[in-house]
Design a protein around this ligand. Structure first.
Ligand SMILES: [Zn+2]
Length: 159
């Protein structure tokens, strides 16, 4: 690791800490030449499965879409961001465990539902209600495929 200040190649690790929720390792480093101190984060490069949609189409798994979908269900819920990160980490871990190269959008929905059930009952009911109403019209897969929960539906659940 090069020193960002003087470009010296020799730096010393003074502290390593695993940040569990984020799946990363944080290292404190010091440059051996100019003694500049800095921090690096080492992230695991996750290889997520492809998502199989109901129509048989495949797409790349998107952590951003997953985060958006889950945070929609948790809107206005008293959940600290640390706990949210734990929840996302939990869901991601299960997606990796239950899949090899591919996973269906239905399986992902099931994983999210069971994780929400253990975390926040209201968010769980919201997500499940949306699941149900979409099941009748279009199917749950399209919801998960787009991870868009309509505000109207949420207001109905809130009310
Ligand atoms: Zn330096």
């Amino acid at each position: 690791m090069w020193c960002p200040r003087c470009k010296e190649k020799e730096t010393k690790v003074t502290d390593s800490r695993v940040v569990k929720e984020l799946g990363c390792i944080r290292r404190r480093r010091a440059c051996l030449a100019c003694h500049y101190r800095f921090t690096t984060r080492e992230f695991i490069e996750m290889r997520y499965p492809r998502v199989v949609k109901k129509d048989g189409g495949r797409r790349q798994f998107s952590e951003t879409k997953l985060r958006n979908g889950v945070s929609r269900a948790l809107e206005k819920r008293p959940l600290v961001s640390e706990r949210f990160e734990q929840l996302i980490a939990e869901i991601l871990q299960q997606i990796l465990q239950k899949s090899d190269d591919e996973i269906t959008s239905r399986q992902i929905g099931g994983i999210i539902l069971s994780a929400l059930k253990r975390t926040d009952q209201v968010a769980y009911v919201r997500f499940a209600s949306v699941y149900q109403s979409f099941e009748n019209i279009q199917s749950f897969q399209s919801l998960i495929d787009d991870m868009q929960v309509s505000n109207v539906t949420q207001e109905e659940i809130d009310g």
